[in-house]
Design a protein around this ligand. Structure first.
Ligand code: GLY
Length: 418
């Protein structure tokens, strides 16, 4: 049987490699994929196809399951298209994916279902937003675009000047979509965790908690990025996990059923636990997280193909879901200008050829393999994940491995899981 993975990043490399480990899968087509495909004999990159051509490809290659990585593909309606063609696909239809592609819709949904979120105001013009900031002088905010922005649409505004800059970027320079609606959200201090759960629109199962590191630099400094690293599992007191599940996760799935937001996929809850221990929903992502997936999937003991297939058939309740009793640490390597400048030139990378020590995997993002050599292109280049018995061992192995890799301007955080 064959599978198809849509997307080009480290998350999709982790999904494709894990699917390939299923005894039921002969080949994983990866569209468009990246250089990382060459390290797994069952992975084949396929040039990007759209619309009917993509559906035809899945049918012609007898693809038994397609897995959608990026949010944009769901927002563009790829799942609707596959459903209409009676092809099995893991990911949400456009209407359900709105919980991610419109932050205003997500806030309205949370209000309808009594889900706690940071205090948020939506503005349709720059001047009103600016005068709101002036009235709240001295407070910190996140200023967010309504639309998708590749994980970079939340601008931290610890003072009025940075708030004004953020509003200019979103309303006037339209760096994220059309700039028609902008959210100003109170910044809550506390501990942030990522909770992912799989659903088949009737039932759901929760994955181990993961922590990702969004800021570019150590000490949680610098701009927000798509993610600089992650570790799993995050151990929180059971009472706190229960509170997150009771107040956020269960009402979300109940609300989705009530509103007919159907589909089989992963819902990612970005949660901030404040200093009083109260959880607040920061965002929904209607997909696997990146780089959380690179930290999570190496812990999966069950067969990913069977799990996702059960979800697509509405039989998640009978799926087996078990995890290795280990810990993972994932460290992401980026180019120097990321996240502002992705650069254009390709550059050589050294140290990417394995074999690596036991439990270590490299998930590629912006790499190419040509004539026996590795090259990078800009942005997040690859992630090293180590799975060991303890978090400390995993951390040491991840850093031991990434320190042997190099390219001009390589940047990675030194204190993931530290
Ligand atoms: N790591 C955050 C995300 O996947 O959007």
């Amino acid at each position: 049987m064959n599978a198809l993975v849509l997307g080009a990043g480290g998350r999709e490399h982790a999904i494709a490699c894990t699917l390939a480990e299923s005894g039921e899968i002969d080949r994983v087509y990866w569209m468009p994929g990246n250089g990382g495909a060459v390290i797994h004999p069952q992975l084949t990159n396929v040039p990007l196809l759209h619309g009917d051509d993509l559906v035809r490809f899945a049918r012609d290659r007898t693809v038994a399951l397609t897995v959608v990585g990026p949010e944009q593909s769901m927002a563009d309606g790829i799942v609707n298209r596959f459903n209409a063609a009676s092809l099995r696909i893991f990911g949400f239809p456009r209407r359900s994916a709105q919980l991610e592609w419109s932050k205003v819709f997500a806030r309205q949904f949370a209000a309808r279902h009594d889900i706690p979120v940071p205090q948020t105001h939506v503005f349709h013009d720059y001047d009103r937003a600016l005068s709101y900031l002036a009235k709240r002088e001295g407070e910190s905010f996140f200023i967010k675009a309504d639309e998708l922005c590749a994980g970079k649409g939340a601008l931290f505004a610890p003072d009025r000047a940075s708030g004004q800059r953020a509003l200019e970027l979103l309303f006037h320079r339209r760096v994220c979509g059309e700039g028609k609606q902008v959210l100003i959200e109170e910044a809550i201090a506390g501990e942030e965790v990522s909770l992912m759960a799989i659903t088949d629109a009737g039932s759901h199962q929760i994955f181990p908690l993961v922590r990702d590191y969004k800021r570019l630099h150590d000490g949680d400094l610098g701009p927000n990025t798509g993610g600089m690293g992650a570790y799993a599992p995050v151990t929180l007191p059971q009472e706190l996990i229960d509170r997150i599940v009771d107040r956020i996760v269960e009402p979300t799935f109940a609300g989705m059923i009530e509103e007919g937001l159907d589909g089989a996929g992963v819902v990612y809850f970005g949660v901030m636990v404040d200093r009083d221990g109260d959880p607040h929903l920061l965002e929904y992502n209607m997909r696997f997280g990146d780089p959380e997936t690179q930290a999570l999937l190496p812990l999966l003991a069950s067969d990913l193909y069977q799990l996702l297939s059960c979800a697509c058939s509405g039989e998640l309740e009978r799926a087996e879901l078990s995890w290795h009793n280990d810990a993972t640490v994932c460290v992401v390597a980026t180019t120097a200008g990321y996240p502002l400048d992705y650069g254009g030139e390709t550059f050589p990378i050294t140290g990417l050829d394995g074999p690596f020590e036991d439990g270590v995997a490299v998930f590629h993002a912006a790499t190419q393999y040509q004539n026996g050599k590795w090259f990078g292109r800009g942005g997040r280049i690859f992630a090293v994940t180590a799975r060991k018995e303890t978090l400390c061992q995993a951390r040491e192995a991840a850093y031991r491995t990434i320190e042997r890799m190099n390219f001009a301007g390589i940047h990675y955080r030194r204190e993931i899981a530290g």
